[in-house]
Design a protein around this ligand. Structure first.
Ligand code: PLP
Length: 400
Protein backbone atom coordinates (compact mmCIF):
# COMPACT_ATOMS: atom_id res chain seq x y z
CA UNK A 1 0.00 0.00 0.00
CA UNK A 2 1.41 3.40 -1.00
CA UNK A 3 2.06 5.75 1.90
CA UNK A 4 1.46 9.00 0.00
CA UNK A 5 -2.00 9.67 -1.38
CA UNK A 6 -2.93 9.51 -5.05
CA UNK A 7 -4.06 13.13 -4.72
CA UNK A 8 -0.49 14.21 -4.11
CA UNK A 9 0.62 12.55 -7.33
CA UNK A 10 -1.67 14.89 -9.25
CA UNK A 11 0.02 18.10 -8.09
CA UNK A 12 3.53 19.49 -8.11
CA UNK A 13 5.33 21.77 -5.67
CA UNK A 14 5.25 25.42 -6.70
CA UNK A 15 7.73 25.77 -9.61
CA UNK A 16 8.63 29.25 -8.42
CA UNK A 17 10.28 27.72 -5.36
CA UNK A 18 13.13 26.32 -7.48
CA UNK A 19 14.08 29.81 -8.61
CA UNK A 20 13.84 31.26 -5.11
CA UNK A 21 15.94 28.43 -3.67
CA UNK A 22 18.61 28.83 -6.32
CA UNK A 23 18.73 32.60 -5.79
CA UNK A 24 19.09 32.09 -2.02
CA UNK A 25 21.92 29.58 -2.57
CA UNK A 26 23.83 31.98 -4.81
CA UNK A 27 23.31 34.82 -2.34
CA UNK A 28 24.56 32.63 0.53
CA UNK A 29 27.64 31.86 -1.58
CA UNK A 30 28.36 35.59 -1.71
CA UNK A 31 27.05 36.32 -5.21
CA UNK A 32 25.48 39.72 -5.91
CA UNK A 33 21.87 38.63 -6.53
CA UNK A 34 18.92 40.91 -7.36
CA UNK A 35 15.64 39.10 -6.69
CA UNK A 36 12.76 40.00 -8.96
CA UNK A 37 10.77 36.92 -8.00
CA UNK A 38 8.85 37.85 -4.87
CA UNK A 39 5.13 38.51 -5.25
CA UNK A 40 4.77 40.94 -2.37
CA UNK A 41 5.09 44.68 -1.75
CA UNK A 42 8.57 45.63 -0.55
CA UNK A 43 7.33 48.03 2.12
CA UNK A 44 6.04 47.60 5.63
CA UNK A 45 2.43 47.25 6.78
CA UNK A 46 1.07 50.75 7.61
CA UNK A 47 1.54 51.86 11.21
CA UNK A 48 -2.19 52.27 11.98
CA UNK A 49 -2.72 48.60 11.05
CA UNK A 50 0.17 47.43 13.22
CA UNK A 51 -1.15 49.52 16.11
CA UNK A 52 -4.60 47.97 15.77
CA UNK A 53 -3.03 44.51 16.00
CA UNK A 54 -1.09 45.50 19.15
CA UNK A 55 -4.29 46.83 20.70
CA UNK A 56 -6.08 43.58 19.88
CA UNK A 57 -3.37 41.61 21.66
CA UNK A 58 -3.46 43.90 24.71
CA UNK A 59 -7.24 43.63 24.85
CA UNK A 60 -7.02 39.83 24.91
CA UNK A 61 -8.53 39.31 21.47
CA UNK A 62 -6.40 36.23 21.20
CA UNK A 63 -8.98 33.43 21.40
CA UNK A 64 -10.85 31.39 18.82
CA UNK A 65 -13.25 33.49 16.80
CA UNK A 66 -16.22 32.57 14.60
CA UNK A 67 -14.86 30.10 12.03
CA UNK A 68 -15.23 32.35 8.98
CA UNK A 69 -14.58 35.75 10.51
CA UNK A 70 -15.51 38.17 13.30
CA UNK A 71 -18.79 40.07 12.73
CA UNK A 72 -17.04 43.49 12.75
CA UNK A 73 -14.76 42.44 9.90
CA UNK A 74 -17.61 40.94 7.89
CA UNK A 75 -19.48 44.23 8.28
CA UNK A 76 -16.41 46.18 7.13
CA UNK A 77 -16.07 43.88 4.11
CA UNK A 78 -19.73 44.49 3.18
CA UNK A 79 -19.03 48.24 3.42
CA UNK A 80 -15.92 47.86 1.25
CA UNK A 81 -17.85 46.02 -1.49
CA UNK A 82 -20.54 48.69 -1.50
CA UNK A 83 -18.10 51.64 -1.38
CA UNK A 84 -15.58 50.40 -3.92
CA UNK A 85 -17.49 48.02 -6.17
CA UNK A 86 -21.14 49.06 -5.90
CA UNK A 87 -22.00 45.53 -4.71
CA UNK A 88 -24.51 44.87 -1.93
CA UNK A 89 -23.78 41.88 0.29
CA UNK A 90 -25.10 40.90 3.72
CA UNK A 91 -22.69 39.61 6.40
CA UNK A 92 -23.93 36.02 5.90
CA UNK A 93 -22.67 36.28 2.31
CA UNK A 94 -19.11 36.96 3.49
CA UNK A 95 -16.37 34.51 4.44
CA UNK A 96 -12.91 35.32 5.83
CA UNK A 97 -9.99 32.93 5.56
CA UNK A 98 -6.26 32.55 6.00
CA UNK A 99 -5.23 34.52 2.92
CA UNK A 100 -6.80 34.77 -0.49
CA UNK A 101 -5.27 31.38 -1.14
CA UNK A 102 -7.39 29.57 1.43
CA UNK A 103 -10.52 31.31 0.17
CA UNK A 104 -9.97 30.01 -3.38
CA UNK A 105 -9.06 26.57 -2.06
CA UNK A 106 -12.18 26.39 0.14
CA UNK A 107 -14.38 27.33 -2.80
CA UNK A 108 -12.90 24.66 -5.06
CA UNK A 109 -12.96 22.00 -2.32
CA UNK A 110 -16.58 22.85 -1.58
CA UNK A 111 -17.75 22.55 -5.17
CA UNK A 112 -15.57 20.36 -7.42
CA UNK A 113 -16.66 16.83 -8.21
CA UNK A 114 -14.72 14.43 -10.44
CA UNK A 115 -15.22 15.47 -14.05
CA UNK A 116 -16.04 19.09 -13.24
CA UNK A 117 -14.09 21.45 -15.47
CA UNK A 118 -12.59 24.75 -14.39
CA UNK A 119 -11.56 27.22 -17.09
CA UNK A 120 -8.30 29.01 -16.32
CA UNK A 121 -6.82 31.56 -18.74
CA UNK A 122 -3.05 31.12 -19.16
CA UNK A 123 -0.72 32.54 -18.09
CA UNK A 124 -2.22 31.98 -14.66
CA UNK A 125 -1.32 32.33 -11.00
CA UNK A 126 0.57 29.11 -10.30
CA UNK A 127 -1.85 27.74 -7.70
CA UNK A 128 -5.08 27.71 -9.73
CA UNK A 129 -4.57 24.48 -11.72
CA UNK A 130 -3.06 22.58 -8.83
CA UNK A 131 -5.83 23.63 -6.44
CA UNK A 132 -8.40 22.41 -8.96
CA UNK A 133 -6.55 19.09 -9.18
CA UNK A 134 -6.37 18.80 -5.39
CA UNK A 135 -10.11 19.40 -5.25
CA UNK A 136 -10.67 16.58 -7.76
CA UNK A 137 -11.68 18.80 -10.69
CA UNK A 138 -10.17 19.16 -14.15
CA UNK A 139 -8.35 22.38 -15.04
CA UNK A 140 -8.98 23.56 -18.60
CA UNK A 141 -6.33 26.12 -19.49
CA UNK A 142 -6.77 28.48 -22.42
CA UNK A 143 -3.77 30.38 -23.73
CA UNK A 144 -4.19 34.16 -23.84
CA UNK A 145 -0.93 35.36 -25.36
CA UNK A 146 0.81 38.60 -26.09
CA UNK A 147 -1.25 39.10 -29.28
CA UNK A 148 -4.31 39.86 -27.11
CA UNK A 149 -2.25 41.59 -24.39
CA UNK A 150 -2.60 38.38 -22.32
CA UNK A 151 -6.39 38.70 -22.18
CA UNK A 152 -8.90 35.96 -22.97
CA UNK A 153 -11.25 36.82 -25.84
CA UNK A 154 -15.01 36.14 -25.70
CA UNK A 155 -14.62 33.64 -28.56
CA UNK A 156 -11.97 31.72 -26.61
CA UNK A 157 -14.18 31.62 -23.52
CA UNK A 158 -17.18 30.47 -25.55
CA UNK A 159 -15.11 27.69 -27.16
CA UNK A 160 -13.79 26.45 -23.80
CA UNK A 161 -17.20 26.10 -22.13
CA UNK A 162 -18.75 22.61 -22.09
CA UNK A 163 -21.73 21.14 -20.21
CA UNK A 164 -19.16 20.06 -17.58
CA UNK A 165 -17.78 23.55 -16.93
CA UNK A 166 -18.34 24.46 -13.28
CA UNK A 167 -16.14 27.53 -12.81
CA UNK A 168 -14.43 30.21 -14.82
CA UNK A 169 -11.50 31.69 -12.86
CA UNK A 170 -10.99 35.35 -13.68
CA UNK A 171 -8.04 37.40 -12.41
CA UNK A 172 -7.72 41.08 -13.32
CA UNK A 173 -5.23 42.70 -12.90
CA UNK A 174 -3.40 39.45 -13.36
CA UNK A 175 -0.53 37.68 -11.72
CA UNK A 176 1.77 37.11 -13.68
CA UNK A 177 1.08 39.59 -16.51
CA UNK A 178 -0.42 42.65 -14.79
CA UNK A 179 -3.05 42.70 -17.57
CA UNK A 180 -6.33 44.31 -16.56
CA UNK A 181 -9.59 43.91 -18.48
CA UNK A 182 -11.42 47.13 -19.34
CA UNK A 183 -15.11 47.37 -18.50
CA UNK A 184 -15.93 46.73 -22.19
CA UNK A 185 -13.67 43.66 -22.33
CA UNK A 186 -15.20 42.26 -19.15
CA UNK A 187 -18.70 43.08 -20.43
CA UNK A 188 -18.01 40.94 -23.50
CA UNK A 189 -16.90 37.99 -21.33
CA UNK A 190 -19.98 38.44 -19.12
CA UNK A 191 -22.21 38.29 -22.22
CA UNK A 192 -20.77 34.85 -22.97
CA UNK A 193 -21.24 33.72 -19.37
CA UNK A 194 -24.87 34.87 -19.39
CA UNK A 195 -25.52 32.31 -22.12
CA UNK A 196 -24.19 29.45 -19.97
CA UNK A 197 -26.08 29.32 -16.68
CA UNK A 198 -24.17 26.25 -15.42
CA UNK A 199 -20.90 28.22 -15.21
CA UNK A 200 -19.95 29.95 -11.97
CA UNK A 201 -17.46 32.81 -11.84
CA UNK A 202 -14.59 32.88 -9.36
CA UNK A 203 -13.11 36.33 -9.65
CA UNK A 204 -9.77 36.90 -7.95
CA UNK A 205 -9.58 40.66 -7.39
CA UNK A 206 -6.43 40.59 -5.28
CA UNK A 207 -4.76 43.41 -7.25
CA UNK A 208 -7.83 45.65 -7.41
CA UNK A 209 -6.10 48.67 -5.89
CA UNK A 210 -2.97 48.46 -8.00
CA UNK A 211 -4.17 49.88 -11.31
CA UNK A 212 -2.45 52.64 -13.25
CA UNK A 213 -3.06 55.67 -15.46
CA UNK A 214 -6.81 56.11 -15.72
CA UNK A 215 -7.63 52.39 -15.77
CA UNK A 216 -10.98 51.66 -14.12
CA UNK A 217 -11.08 48.44 -12.08
CA UNK A 218 -14.33 46.48 -12.46
CA UNK A 219 -15.48 43.07 -11.26
CA UNK A 220 -17.95 40.66 -12.93
CA UNK A 221 -20.95 40.96 -10.55
CA UNK A 222 -20.71 44.75 -10.84
CA UNK A 223 -20.54 44.78 -14.64
CA UNK A 224 -23.31 42.19 -15.07
CA UNK A 225 -25.72 42.01 -12.10
CA UNK A 226 -27.28 38.98 -13.83
CA UNK A 227 -24.19 37.02 -12.72
CA UNK A 228 -24.46 38.04 -9.04
CA UNK A 229 -26.09 34.75 -7.99
CA UNK A 230 -23.27 32.65 -9.45
CA UNK A 231 -20.24 34.78 -8.72
CA UNK A 232 -17.76 34.41 -5.88
CA UNK A 233 -15.96 37.74 -5.56
CA UNK A 234 -12.59 37.02 -3.90
CA UNK A 235 -10.22 39.59 -2.48
CA UNK A 236 -7.85 40.13 0.42
CA UNK A 237 -5.63 42.56 2.24
CA UNK A 238 -2.28 40.95 1.36
CA UNK A 239 -1.25 43.03 -1.64
CA UNK A 240 -3.30 46.23 -1.19
CA UNK A 241 -2.31 46.84 2.42
CA UNK A 242 1.16 45.24 2.37
CA UNK A 243 -0.12 42.49 4.69
CA UNK A 244 1.11 39.30 3.02
CA UNK A 245 2.30 37.72 6.26
CA UNK A 246 -0.88 38.43 8.22
CA UNK A 247 -2.85 35.96 6.08
CA UNK A 248 -6.29 37.46 5.64
CA UNK A 249 -8.39 36.93 2.52
CA UNK A 250 -12.14 37.16 2.03
CA UNK A 251 -14.94 36.55 -0.44
CA UNK A 252 -18.58 37.37 -1.04
CA UNK A 253 -21.14 35.20 -2.76
CA UNK A 254 -24.40 33.27 -2.47
CA UNK A 255 -25.20 32.12 1.09
CA UNK A 256 -25.21 28.39 0.31
CA UNK A 257 -21.71 28.57 -1.19
CA UNK A 258 -20.37 30.73 1.64
CA UNK A 259 -21.79 28.25 4.17
CA UNK A 260 -20.19 25.31 2.37
CA UNK A 261 -16.82 27.09 2.33
CA UNK A 262 -17.16 27.68 6.08
CA UNK A 263 -17.72 23.95 6.59
CA UNK A 264 -14.46 23.15 4.76
CA UNK A 265 -12.62 25.74 6.86
CA UNK A 266 -14.18 24.48 10.11
CA UNK A 267 -12.62 21.06 9.50
CA UNK A 268 -9.22 22.31 8.42
CA UNK A 269 -7.91 25.51 10.02
CA UNK A 270 -10.91 27.02 11.89
CA UNK A 271 -10.75 30.80 12.16
CA UNK A 272 -8.05 32.91 10.53
CA UNK A 273 -5.67 34.45 13.12
CA UNK A 274 -7.73 36.62 15.51
CA UNK A 275 -5.12 39.40 15.74
CA UNK A 276 -4.80 39.55 11.94
CA UNK A 277 -8.55 39.93 11.62
CA UNK A 278 -8.45 43.06 13.81
CA UNK A 279 -5.53 44.35 11.76
CA UNK A 280 -7.47 43.77 8.53
CA UNK A 281 -10.47 45.55 10.07
CA UNK A 282 -8.28 48.62 10.58
CA UNK A 283 -6.91 48.26 7.03
CA UNK A 284 -10.40 48.33 5.51
CA UNK A 285 -11.89 51.01 7.78
CA UNK A 286 -8.87 53.24 8.53
CA UNK A 287 -7.22 55.92 6.35
CA UNK A 288 -6.91 54.85 2.71
CA UNK A 289 -4.32 57.41 1.48
CA UNK A 290 -1.74 54.65 1.58
CA UNK A 291 -3.37 53.07 -1.49
CA UNK A 292 -2.96 56.18 -3.65
CA UNK A 293 0.64 56.59 -2.59
CA UNK A 294 1.46 52.97 -3.48
CA UNK A 295 -0.23 53.20 -6.83
CA UNK A 296 1.93 56.16 -7.81
CA UNK A 297 5.06 54.37 -6.63
CA UNK A 298 4.29 51.18 -8.54
CA UNK A 299 3.29 53.06 -11.67
CA UNK A 300 6.67 54.80 -11.72
CA UNK A 301 8.46 51.47 -11.34
CA UNK A 302 6.31 49.86 -14.04
CA UNK A 303 7.27 52.59 -16.49
CA UNK A 304 10.94 52.25 -15.60
CA UNK A 305 10.94 48.47 -16.09
CA UNK A 306 8.82 48.40 -19.27
CA UNK A 307 10.99 51.13 -20.82
CA UNK A 308 14.27 49.38 -20.02
CA UNK A 309 13.15 45.85 -20.95
CA UNK A 310 11.90 47.00 -24.34
CA UNK A 311 15.42 48.23 -25.03
CA UNK A 312 16.79 44.70 -24.47
CA UNK A 313 17.52 42.79 -27.67
CA UNK A 314 14.98 40.01 -28.36
CA UNK A 315 12.54 41.11 -25.65
CA UNK A 316 9.05 42.58 -26.11
CA UNK A 317 7.40 43.89 -22.97
CA UNK A 318 3.78 45.08 -23.11
CA UNK A 319 2.70 47.81 -20.68
CA UNK A 320 0.34 46.25 -18.14
CA UNK A 321 -2.62 48.00 -16.55
CA UNK A 322 -1.94 46.90 -12.98
CA UNK A 323 -0.47 44.64 -10.27
CA UNK A 324 3.32 44.76 -9.84
CA UNK A 325 4.42 42.35 -12.53
CA UNK A 326 5.49 42.47 -16.16
CA UNK A 327 5.62 39.41 -18.38
CA UNK A 328 8.00 40.08 -21.29
CA UNK A 329 8.06 37.83 -24.36
CA UNK A 330 11.51 36.45 -25.17
CA UNK A 331 10.85 34.78 -28.54
CA UNK A 332 13.78 36.74 -29.94
CA UNK A 333 16.21 35.09 -27.48
CA UNK A 334 15.19 31.45 -27.95
CA UNK A 335 17.71 29.32 -29.85
CA UNK A 336 20.61 31.64 -29.04
CA UNK A 337 23.62 30.98 -26.81
CA UNK A 338 24.61 32.99 -23.74
CA UNK A 339 28.06 34.52 -23.17
CA UNK A 340 28.91 31.60 -20.85
CA UNK A 341 27.84 29.07 -23.48
CA UNK A 342 24.33 28.08 -22.32
CA UNK A 343 21.92 27.28 -25.13
CA UNK A 344 18.67 29.18 -24.53
CA UNK A 345 16.33 26.37 -25.50
CA UNK A 346 13.35 27.68 -23.53
CA UNK A 347 12.38 30.25 -20.93
CA UNK A 348 13.57 28.07 -18.06
CA UNK A 349 17.06 27.95 -19.63
CA UNK A 350 16.89 31.73 -20.08
CA UNK A 351 16.02 32.33 -16.42
CA UNK A 352 18.67 29.89 -15.19
CA UNK A 353 21.41 31.39 -17.35
CA UNK A 354 20.33 34.92 -16.42
CA UNK A 355 20.59 34.07 -12.72
CA UNK A 356 23.89 32.24 -12.98
CA UNK A 357 25.57 34.75 -15.28
CA UNK A 358 24.17 38.06 -14.05
CA UNK A 359 22.67 37.40 -10.62
CA UNK A 360 19.18 38.54 -11.65
CA UNK A 361 16.44 36.18 -10.41
CA UNK A 362 13.20 36.08 -12.43
CA UNK A 363 10.55 33.35 -12.74
CA UNK A 364 10.36 31.55 -16.10
CA UNK A 365 7.09 31.62 -18.03
CA UNK A 366 6.47 27.86 -18.18
CA UNK A 367 5.70 28.04 -14.45
CA UNK A 368 2.66 30.18 -15.33
CA UNK A 369 1.58 28.12 -18.33
CA UNK A 370 2.64 30.42 -21.19
CA UNK A 371 6.04 30.53 -22.88
CA UNK A 372 8.51 31.87 -23.88
CA UNK A 373 8.32 34.59 -21.25
CA UNK A 374 9.52 35.47 -17.79
CA UNK A 375 7.89 37.28 -14.90
CA UNK A 376 9.43 40.27 -13.23
CA UNK A 377 8.04 41.49 -9.94
CA UNK A 378 8.90 45.17 -9.69
CA UNK A 379 8.08 45.35 -5.99
CA UNK A 380 11.63 46.40 -5.21
CA UNK A 381 13.62 49.65 -5.14
CA UNK A 382 14.11 51.83 -8.24
CA UNK A 383 17.88 51.41 -7.95
CA UNK A 384 17.67 47.62 -7.82
CA UNK A 385 15.27 47.63 -10.79
CA UNK A 386 17.53 49.89 -12.84
CA UNK A 387 20.55 47.70 -12.13
CA UNK A 388 18.64 44.46 -12.81
CA UNK A 389 17.22 45.73 -16.11
CA UNK A 390 20.60 46.93 -17.27
CA UNK A 391 22.06 43.48 -16.50
CA UNK A 392 19.20 41.91 -18.51
CA UNK A 393 19.99 44.27 -21.40
CA UNK A 394 23.66 43.26 -21.31
CA UNK A 395 22.78 39.57 -21.08
CA UNK A 396 20.53 39.83 -24.14
CA UNK A 397 23.07 41.93 -26.05
CA UNK A 398 25.65 39.18 -25.60
CA UNK A 399 23.42 36.37 -26.87
CA UNK A 400 24.69 34.95 -30.15
N1 PLP B 1 -4.38 35.44 -6.01
C1 PLP B 1 -3.38 35.96 -6.71
C2 PLP B 1 -3.60 36.34 -8.12
C3 PLP B 1 -2.12 36.15 -6.11
O1 PLP B 1 -1.11 36.67 -6.82
C4 PLP B 1 -1.95 35.74 -4.77
C5 PLP B 1 -0.64 35.86 -4.12
O2 PLP B 1 0.41 35.87 -4.72
C6 PLP B 1 -3.04 35.22 -4.09
C7 PLP B 1 -4.24 35.07 -4.74
C8 PLP B 1 -2.94 34.77 -2.65
O3 PLP B 1 -2.95 35.80 -1.78
P1 PLP B 1 -2.75 35.57 -0.23
O4 PLP B 1 -1.32 35.89 0.07
O5 PLP B 1 -3.71 36.50 0.43
O6 PLP B 1 -3.07 34.15 0.08
Amino acid sequence: MAFLSDTLARVKPSPTIAVTTKAAELKAAGKDVIGLGAGEPDFDTPQNIKDAAKRAIDQGKTKYTAVDGIPELKKAICAKFLRENGLTYAPNQITVGTGGKQILYNALMATCNPGDEVIIPAPYWVSYPDMVLLAGGTPVTVAAGIETQFKLTPAQLEAAITPKTKWFIFNSPSNPTGAGYTRAELRALCDVLMRHPQVWIMTDDMYEHLVFDDFEFTTPAQVEPGLYDRTLTCNGVSKSYAMTGWRIGYAAGPVHLIKAMGTIQSQSTSNPCSVSQYAALEGLTGPQEFLTHNKALFQRRRDLVVGMLNQAKGITCPTPEGAFYVYPDISGCIGKTSAAGTKIVDDEAFATALLEETGVAVVFGAAFGLSPNFRVSYATSDDALREACSRIQQFCEQLT
